[in-house]
Design a protein. Structure first.
Length: 430
């Protein structure tokens, strides 16, 4: 199945020959290897790069390992990594002129001392390096420190809806319904039945994603962090903090876990790209509010799987999808807070009004509200009240679930349907 991922491909192309190691990060099974070894490899060939100047090597491939004198079975049995001397000799034999060479290296963490090896290749003016990895260390957000400032991260998410729809190949409404339940991990598109998709997501979450977190952080088991993931799954799009979550553990899980431990576990889950925190940003005060915050999942299918597909509230799922779409487009996304002083019963009352998302990219900013439906004028006033208080002229957008023709009200606020927002790359600028 050929899945286009042009946004990420263009990000790789823009970084070509920039003198840094391109590090493709992302949750397991989100398509890192496919992007590098299929899409980017094909681009290089079509751009005129000689095939023998593109060196692809997968450190989990028995065939590739045999080509350098290693044996995959022996590596597993001896519990060791690939000998860097053998790999360096292999590359040296391949690079035999002054032309540009592209190294596309998969599962690089299996190479012993990979940081030093790759940093060494940066001394060569004619080598351009791209790597992926998927062990617990390489999945973490601190991998770039391994390259001593010489790494350039391209973080990829599971499929956006605009990437998912052409591969799904069906009606847009049916595809969106599927996407909101099973998410955007590419492998789900290859399964024919709901049972297969459910089994895949549940197995990946339990045996792969959580185990990566346990291994990287030397946890005794996945019990507590797994239960925390259950709680976080139930409260996407709602404000929370470690103290509140600790209270939930006491009342619902009947167990005691310290708020400090919960805070640490949340960081572990975020470092492994399972979840993403959205901090609150005071629009008028121009400062961040560290707590409470919101938590969203990098893939909504994994979130639903953690809850055994029981809590599929469309309002919360829609908000999570919009959050990821804004990130997919390259925006930094926060939860907006606007303080307002109002008179209530003759008293001066200070209130905090919320904007679901403040999306920033360079000098561009958009305020975005996710509203499943706006059936009445009263509901519209409620959704736009925070917009009224920002005191600036940045564009303000309301996204609703049903299909509508994009429209502006007398204040200039744009209302657009979810499908058009997700499928039109210029939807924020309508």
């Amino acid at each position: 199945m050929d899945i286009k991922r042009d946004v990420y491909l263009n990000r790789l192309i823009a970084r070509k020959n920039n003198g840094l190691i391109k590090v493709i990060t992302g949750i397991r099974r989100c398509g890192k290897s496919y992007l590098m070894n299929n899409l980017f490899y094909r681009y290089l060939l079509e751009a005129g790069t000689p095939e023998d100047h593109i060196i692809r090597f997968a450190f989990d491939s028995a065939k590739d390992l045999l080509s350098i004198g290693e044996d995959l079975t022996a590596l597993i049995r001896e519990r060791r990594k690939v000998d860097p001397a053998k790999f360096i000799k292999y590359i040296s034999d391949k690079i035999n002129d002054d032309g540009n060479y592209y190294l596309l290296l998969d599962e690089i963490q299996e190479l012993d001392g990979f940081e030093s090896v790759l940093n060494g290749y940066l001394r060569n003016d004619n080598t351009d390096i791209y790597v992926t990895g998927s062990n617990s260390k390489f999945l973490s957000t601190d991998i770039l420190t391994e390259f001593a400032g010489r790494g350039d991260e391209i973080h990829i998410l599971p499929l956006s809806f605009s990437e998912f729809l052409p591969a799904y190949g069906g009606d847009t409404d049916a595809a969106l319904e599927e996407y909101m339940v099973y998410g955007g991990l590419p492998a789900t598109l290859s399964f024919k039945t709901d049972e297969q998709k459910i089994a895949y997501l549940e197995t990946q979450l339990k045996t792969v994603y959580l185990q990566d977190v346990v291994k990287r952080n030397n946890l005794f088991s996945d019990r507590d962090i797994g239960e925390l993931l259950d709680v976080l799954s139930s409260c996407i799009s709602t404000l929370t903090n470690p103290a509140k979550l600790a209270d939930t553990f006491k009342s619902v899980k009947r167990s005691t876990i310290a708020a400090s431990t919960i805070s640490k576990y949340i960081e572990y889950l975020q470092e492994a790209f399972i979840i993403k925190k959205a901090l609150r940003y005071d629009v008028k005060g121009r400062k961040y509010i560290n707590t409470p915050y919101k938590v969203y999942f990098e893939d909504i299918g994994l979130r639903n799987a953690r809850l055994n597909f029981r809590q599929t509230e469309p309002t919360h799922i829609m908000e999570n999808i919009i959050f990821n779409e804004l990130r997919y487009r390259g925006y930094n996304v926060d939860v907006g807070v606007v303080e307002s002083r109002e008179y209530d019963g003759g008293k001066d009352v200070k209130r905090q009004l919320e904007i679901d998302f403040v999306a920033n990219l360079g000098n561009k900013r958009y305020y975005v509200q996710s509203a499943y439906d706006i059936p009445t004028e009263e509901k519209r006033l409620q959704e736009t009240r925070s917009f009224d208080k920002t005191g600036d002229s940045f564009k303000k957008i309301i996204i609703i679930e049903r299909n509508i023709k994009p429209r502006r009200d007398d204040k200039g606020y744009l209302t657009i349907g979810l499908r058009q927002f997700l499928l039109d790359p210029d939807s924020l600028d309508l």
